[in-house]
Design a binder for this molecule. Structure first.
Ligand code: NI
Length: 229
């Protein structure tokens, strides 16, 4: 990686978050020293700054959420090989889309992009520390089971009880290209499972009995005919 020169008038503030949206850049203020323990090395700083500058260059967009019936929702999404500009922008737009909906989680196939990228925020934009953006997320272990009502932005007007693991261990790549392992339980574990299902082409009602699944599909067809979804 080529190290970038840090502009003198750029102040980097680090919040207690561990994803690439975390640093706030403010141009034109007096420079502050960057604490040693915050940034690991110079390459990391340059990468962060380049990343954050790109983010500032582009206004975040609210993308259209596709609904049941769109073929992208039912196919296995592609692995992300590089966290490039396109992925960074997609992630930003997904966060904005998720917060606007509002939703607790979003997977790229829901915005008609067949890539293995998910965003999660249980605070719906209230607490920046709870934002998670992961590429290529996968469940590496799970335990317990709990059935709770679940819905989906791509399956409007339908909520059903779905059994999910109580605790999961998820592996994925953050926007800095670093591998992350996240332990989650309860609601967060449920959202991870729901979003990982999305990138595998599964919707929450695919986890129900064939009888229930068919009833839901009929209901969705009826809603679509009546132009209610
Ligand atoms: Ni969903």
């Amino acid at each position: 990686m080529v190290a970038a020169v840090i502009p003198q008038n750029l102040v980097v503030r680090r919040e207690k978050r561990n994803h690439a949206c975390s640093a706030l850049l403010t141009a034109g203020e007096e420079s502050e020293a960057i604490p040693e323990n915050i940034y690991l090395n110079k390459d990391m700083i340059s990468f962060r700054i380049k990343t954050e500058m790109k983010m500032l260059e582009k206004e975040m967009s609210v993308l259209q959420i596709v609904i049941y019936g769109n073929p992208t929702l039912t196919k296995k999404a592609e692995e992300i090989k590089n966290i490039d500009k396109i992925i960074m922008e997609l992630a930003q737009d997904m966060v904005k889309t998720m917060h606007t909906a509002p939703g607790l989680g979003l997977a790229a196939p829901q915005v008609n992009v067949s890539k293995r990228l998910i965003t999660i925020d249980t605070s719906i934009g209230e607490d920046s520390q709870s934002l998670i953006i992961l590429a290529n997320p996968e469940l590496i272990s799970q335990d317990g089971e709990i059935a709770l009502e679940e819905g989906c932005l791509s399956v409007p007007n339908i909520q059903e009880k779905v059994a999910r693991p109580f605790r999961v261990l998820v592996k994925g790549t953050d926007l800095e290209g670093k591998e992350k392992i996240i332990e989650a339980e309860g609601l967060l574990a449920r959202i991870f499972c729901h979003e990982i299902d999305h990138i595998n082409g599964k919707l929450f009602f695919d986890r129900l009995s064939p009888l229930k699944r068919n009833l839901i599909k009929k209901k969705l067809k009826k809603l679509a005919q009546d132009n209610k979804i």
